[in-house]
Design a protein around this ligand. Structure first.
Ligand code: GLV
Length: 309
């Protein structure tokens, strides 16, 4: 069996050495932009070049090194019938839950205020948090969204979730589809975005959507930058409809110098780190699936490319 690793890591051996250990009978190759075809059976990829699908014609499946497969679906010559498998959790949902909780507390526990007080040597106690004033709405209820919703619900926040299809989650009120989006937004003050990026979700967080959240709203975007209409966010902040935003993903990454987001006190910027791909857990999952697939066993996490996730 031949496995081809196609990701722009300057030290690909960090990946290929463990892959060889996990699948000892495989021949493991690193993508060489100039090289010949290796006739790979499986490719492990992150935002691969078009040349991959021009050259490798015997691929049985590609495994995406991330949960979001928008970067792979953008490759114009991705064969329509090729099996695409995305990462399922692999240690990411716990990181996401942690990140979202941290950003929530910045607002709900007034952490910025306390940091400022410390700078001024001020000991002043503010009113304790009332959880009922911080209802949370999680958009997207995949592995990540569910874990985020569950974590916050376990801390006794009021949590609702919205997704394209029906989901049921303990202690979380769920809404489905465009018809119930309005109701979901009306019940939400802290909006957390964990949606996949698809044609149906691009630009979904616009001025209209932000205006339907409860007063003093907070946005936490850990999905994709293209979910958010950037100027609409600035307008909602300017008008005081939105209190603050924590953004981990951007339309253009790295966020360009001089971008208006850098200067806004109400925006917390992190460089796409809310959930890192953890190499060990990721490779264990992917190589396990490669072995199963090679033996004709079913694997989970296969993407419906027409749906986009
Ligand atoms: C990271 O952004 C991922 O999709 O896993």
């Amino acid at each position: 069996m031949k496995i081809l690793f196609v990701a722009g890591d300057p030290k690909p051996e960090r990946w290929t050495v463990p892959i060889r250990e996990l699948v000892p009978d495989a021949e493991v190759y690193v993508w060489d932009p100039e090289g010949p075809a290796v006739n790979a059976d499986y490719a492990i990829v992150w935002q691969p070049p078009e040349a991959l699908f021009e050259r490798e014609k015997n691929l049985k499946a590609v495994f995406n090194l991330g949960a979001g497969i928008d970067g792979l679906l953008k490759v114009p010559n991705l064969p329509k019938d090729l099996t695409v498998v995305r990462l399922e959790d692999a240690g990411m949902s716990a990181q996401m839950a942690e990140y979202v909780l941290h950003q929530l507390l910045e607002a709900s526990r007034e952490m910025e205020t306390y940091r400022e007080q410390q700078r001024q040597g001020v000991w002043k106690i503010h009113r304790p948090i009332k959880r009922s004033e911080w209802p949370i709405g999680v958009m997207g209820l995949g592995h990540i969204g569910k874990r985020v919703a569950r974590t916050l619900a376990d801390l006794d926040y009021r949590v609702s979730g919205w997704a394209r299809g029906q989901h049921s989650l303990e202690n979380v009120t769920t809404y489905a589809g465009p018809d119930q989006l309005g109701e979901f937004l009306n019940s939400t003050r802290v909006l957390v975005n964990t949606l996949p990026l698809t044609d149906a979700t691009r630009d979904i967080i616009d001025y209209d959507l932000l205006s339907r959240l409860q007063p003093g709203a907070v946005l936490i975007n850990v999905g994709r930058g293209e979910h958010l209409v950037e100027n609409d966010l600035l307008r909602a902040l300017d008008e005081g409809r939105l209190l603050r935003a924590s953004l981990d993903v951007f339309r253009k990454e790295p966020l360009p110098a001089g971008h208006p987001f850098w200067q806004r006190r109400e925006i917390t910027i992190t460089p796409h780190i809310s959930a890192r791909t953890l190499r060990d857990a990721t490779l264990e999952q992917i190589t396990g699936k490669i072995r199963d697939h090679a033996q004709g066993l079913p694997v989970s996490g296969i993407v419906d490319t027409s749906r986009g996730y």
